[in-house]
Design a protein around this ligand. Structure first.
Ligand SMILES: [Zn+2]
Length: 371
């Protein structure tokens, strides 16, 4: 008995020793692997430019749909921190148009970037865009026009519905861009309500939630639209970087260059693109690669990088702009004759084709410090 017990305890201690050795070996392998990964920078990028790697868990390259290896920078640091709750508290409860423009600029002087895609979901383009955004770990806003979701054409209807579900599954936010993309100020009050509310109904029917964000087609606004948004506690969200991609037909390089230039000029902002244009979708990898390269340069020279944020975090940053906006309103009110409320401005229409839509209407007293 005693002998057997000691034999058993020897077996047990041997097993423990093996287990400890195995754990040590695994630990050593993990540490060695991490050291090798960290010490290997810089490496040659596939397109020939040096690529600074890898602060784990940066994604460096990925296989495209056609099987090609494509360098993809993950441009968002700190995505593991928890995002603020969605929807966030209203920034612009009166849905004032100028506030909508100013807030889209984001946190002052921050180089924070929010990508927004309008007019989809469009089979053939939106579904090609989604994997690009996922590879780069970008979470955007899709301002959706619901007409495809209720189309009598198949497979348009079912594909559009599936893409909308895919948008949500990939972690993006769906915003309201009306059913038919009409100029809202030209419609009757009943029709305005229908365009906004029926679109929200269609979106809710497919993804189970009503949109919190609203963007008027063409940026065209009216007092009727404003009142309706206030009654629904919707957040009006405009844009600050507009490459006019609908004019740059088949010119992905031109779209990318316009956005890159404006990101530099404005130190970040809300980017407007249309996921209905193939060339706009094709511009995204170019923009992502530029952001990655630019951030590497900035990192090396100790300058603040661009940060592509998810909508909740971008809007949280834009909240810090509110004191500037209130100060601008106070200044404008004090400069105007009494009896006129400068803060309820709602200029009738802003045409994107005029080339000034990205800037929005600017009050005499508007402060754009630190844009
Ligand atoms: Zn639109």
């Amino acid at each position: 008995m005693g002998r057997r017990r000691s034999h058993r305890s020897r077996q047990r201690s041997q097993a423990l020793a093996y287990r400890a050795a195995a754990l040590l070996a695994i630990g050593a392998a993990v540490i060695t692997g991490a050291l090798i990964a960290l010490s290997s920078a810089p490496r040659a990028r596939l397109d020939g430019t040096p690529l600074r790697i890898p602060i784990f868990p940066r994604i460096l390259a990925s296989v495209t749909d056609s099987g090609r290896l494509e360098p993809v920078g993950m441009v968002i640091p700190g995505t593991r921190t928890r995002s603020p709750a969605w929807p966030p508290a209203l920034l612009n409860p009166e849905a004032r148009l100028r506030w909508g423009w100013d807030l889209s600029l984001g946190r002052p002087g921050s180089r924070e970037v929010l990508f927004t895609f309008d007019d989809g979901p469009n089979p053939g383009t939106t579904d090609r865009l989604l994997p690009m955004l996922t590879r780069a770990n970008i979470h955007a806003v899709f301002f959706v026009c619901g007409w495809r979701l209720e189309s009598h054409e198949e497979p348009l209807r079912s594909r559009a519905r599936q893409i909308l579900r895919d948008i949500v599954a990939a972690g993006h936010i769906v915003g309201n861009h009306t059913v038919h993309h009409y100029q809202l100020p030209t419609l009757t009050p009943e029709r305005v309500r229908y365009e906004i509310e029926h679109n929200a109904d269609l979106i809710e029917e497919v993804i189970g939630q009503r949109p919190h964000l609203f963007r008027p087609p063409y940026g065209a606004y009216s007092e009727e639209v404003r009142r309706h948004l206030v009654s629904r506690a919707n957040e009006l969200w405009m844009w600050s970087i507009d490459p006019h991609d609908y004019l740059l037909v088949n010119d992905a390089e031109g779209v990318a260059q316009s956005i890159i230039t404006n990101l530099g000029n404005h130190a970040g902002g809300t980017v407007l693109l249309h996921d209905t244009h193939p060339w706009s979708v094709a511009a995204m990898p170019k923009i992502i690669r530029w952001l990655d390269r630019e951030n590497s340069d900035r990192e090396q020279s100790g300058r603040a990088p661009y940060v592509v944020l998810d909508p909740a975090r971008y809007m949280e940053g834009a909240r810090t702009r509110l004191p500037l906006i209130l100060a601008a309103d106070a200044l404008a009110n004090s400069a105007r004759p009494r009896g006129r409320d400068a803060s309820t401005d709602a200029p009738a229409a802003v045409e994107p084709t005029t080339g000034v839509a990205g800037e929005g209407p600017v009050d005499a007293g508007s402060m754009d410090a630190g844009r």
